[in-house]
Design a protein around this ligand. Structure first.
Ligand code: FAD
Length: 522
């Protein structure tokens, strides 16, 4: 069994955990983060991609709205490399309550969320495809955010401050020393399941919707985090260039987010039985496409590319009905296990939103410092993440501009996402065991209109050629990748997307005979 020692162990490699490990490392603690799969594989990698201005919550939850407004402003600066400053709009469509708009504007003003009302005519000039029947429109400071860039930016910063980041380390046991938590035992799935014992003076549980499971392992039962399942669908055109929200109480399919070359409609909100089994129901897909039609008439004429589901970490509140997830609080929750369970050296931070991850980290690390009698201040809002030092947010053409700079020297591996061979080889060099899903999260492999049809076989070939993985392992990685892609493809198969899927199938079956490729033992 491998052994490590740390001042602080952080469980969970989503936005919250990455923010916590950075914060702790910047305050001078020897910090280690463990994540059961890859960073950003949990809810943060399955969300809607919106850096909230706060407008969505101004009426229903002014405190969350204010937090979002403040944090969004901070992230536009310190995490500029992960943000596209698209701006946003709230529009009253013919399907919305016309009375909501006045209350919305007043609530935003009260919560410190910037808005500016513009005429419907100006709104349509900015967003020509939006429903021409809109009656009112408000500009807001919504933006779109690349979750993986955000998480890895935090992780890289934490490493620069001496932290260790350990993906594929699955916590199987929380160590107890009398009435204190003393670290954890993990299974290292990147190295054949070897056990790793991490002894730590303090453990912070940032496991999102799985936080209750980690608290159970620490023998602090009863932490109820309800999985609020939501689905989203990426369409193959960027139909809007700003985030467009319906000016109505929060409901299903009321936000359309432009993300790079596509746009994403979402989302739904129902209680899931388990955060690990998130189905995408056919009826919900139709509901989302109808919702898209209300915002952008003709929405269904574009091609649905991919659907996915995530589970919100909703902390159960004694006053709320836990079946009605839409009305459970989106607020953040710090659970002090010393006060609650008499267990020292252990805090849980969950709930909240990706937009407020930095604030959540600051609050929980402050709470830890208070227990430890440490007075180091939080510096995460003042220092930029690596790559964001120029405070320039990215824009639609950024990847193309980057690609054009190396056009003659570097082969193109993925036409849809403009992925070049150089960054791919560099990643395989750093992480020889990377799965194709890991490559997708870092480099956007297979996320464009062909959904991996052309690029995935090329990546398999390159992985073979580099000798990082034997032929069988690369073949198995390809098959696993395609199986995972299929989960988000089959619920939306209709129209042109069927043609794309059949073409991809011909490529994989016809040219590679993928079913019969030799594969290494799992
Ligand atoms: C449908 C949907 C849409 C959303 N849209 C938005 C949006 O547009 N904007 C926004 O700001 N927020 C949005 N949210 C909310 C936001 O995504 C979440 O609040 C946020 O991502 C939670 O981050 P987290 O780090 O706390 O949790 P996670 O990202 O889930 O991270 C927790 C991590 O813990 C790991 N873990 C679990 N068990 C173990 C173990 N035993 N050992 C080691 N690691 C473990 C998991 O693998 C996971 O990676 C949305 C959520 C959903 C579901």
């Amino acid at each position: 069994m491998r052994r490590l020692e740390a001042d602080v162990l952080v469980v969970g490699g989503g936005a919250t955990g990455a923010g916590v490990v950075r914060d702790a490392a910047m305050r001078g603690f020897r910090a280690v983060l463990v994540e059961r799969v890859d960073l950003g594989q949990g809810t943060t990698g399955r969300f809607h991609g919106l850096l909230h201005s706060g407008g969505r919550y101004a009426v229903s939850d002014p405190e969350s709205a204010r937090e979002c407004a403040d944090e969004s402003e901070t992230l536009h600066r310190i995490a500029a490399d992960a943000v596209e400053a698209t701006g946003g709009m709230f529009v009253s469509t013919p399907f919305d309550d016309p009375g909501y708009a006045d209350g919305f504007a007043a609530a935003c003003a009260a919560a410190g969320v910037w808005t500016e009302e513009i005429s419907s005519r100006e709104a349509l000039a900015r967003e020509p495809l939006v429903n021409p029947g809109i009656r009112r429109a408000f500009l807001v400071r919504d933006a779109s955010v690349d979750a993986w860039k955000l998480i890895w930016g935090n992780a890289r910063s934490a490493m620069e401050h001496g932290a260790a980041i350990l993906p594929y380390h699955w916590v199987t046991e929380i160590l107890r020393d009398g009435d204190a938590v003393a670290g954890a035992v993990c299974r290292d799935d990147a190295h054949g399941g070897e056990e790793v014992r991490i002894e730590a003076g303090f453990t912070i549980n940032a496991a999102g919707v799985w936080a209750g499971e980690i608290a159970d392992l620490a023998r602090c039962p009863g932490v109820t985090v309800v999985p609020g399942r939501g689905i989203m669908i990426a369409m193959n055109h960027r139909l809007v260039s700003t985030v467009v929200n319906r000016c109505d109480p929060p409901g299903d399919g009321d936000i359309l987010v432009p993300i790079r070359t596509v746009c994403v409609i979402g989302t739904t909100d129902t209680r899931a039985a388990s955060p690990d089994e998130l189905e995408i129901r056919a009826a919900e897909v139709q509901e989302m496409l109808d919702a898209g039609e209300r915002l952008v008439p003709g929405f269904r004429n574009t091609r649905a590319l991919h659907a996915w589901a995530g589970a919100r970490p909703l902390v159960a509140d004694a006053r709320a009905d836990t079946q009605d997830t839409r009305h459970l609080s989106r607020g953040l929750a710090v659970i002090d296990h010393q006060a609650r369970d008499g267990v020292r050296g252990f805090l849980t931070i969950t709930g909240g939103k990706a937009t407020t991850y930095r604030l959540m980290a600051e609050i929980v690390v402050d709470a830890m410092c208070k227990q430890l009698g440490d007075v180091s201040p939080c510096r995460t809002a003042a220092e930029d993440l690596p790559g964001s030092e120029d405070h320039e947010t990215y824009w639609l053409g950024s990847r193309l501009a980057g690609r054009e700079a190396t056009l003659h020297d570097d082969q193109l591996v993925c036409e849809c996402e403009l992925l070049a061979r150089g960054p791919l080889e560099a990643m395989l060099e750093r992480r020889p065991n990377a799965t194709f899903d890991d490559i997708r999260r870092r480099l956007r492999l297979g996320m464009g209109p062909c959904q991996g049809g052309f690029c995935a076989p090329r990546v398999t070939g390159i992985a073979h050629e580099l000798g990082h993985t034997d032929a069988g392992a690369a073949n198995r990685a390809l098959r696993t990748f395609l199986e995972h892609r299929w989960i988000g493809l089959h619920p939306i198969l209709a129209g042109d997307q069927v043609r794309q899927a059949v073409l991809d199938d011909w490529i994989f079956q016809g040219t590679l005979d993928i079913e019969h490729l030799p594969a290494a033992a799992a």
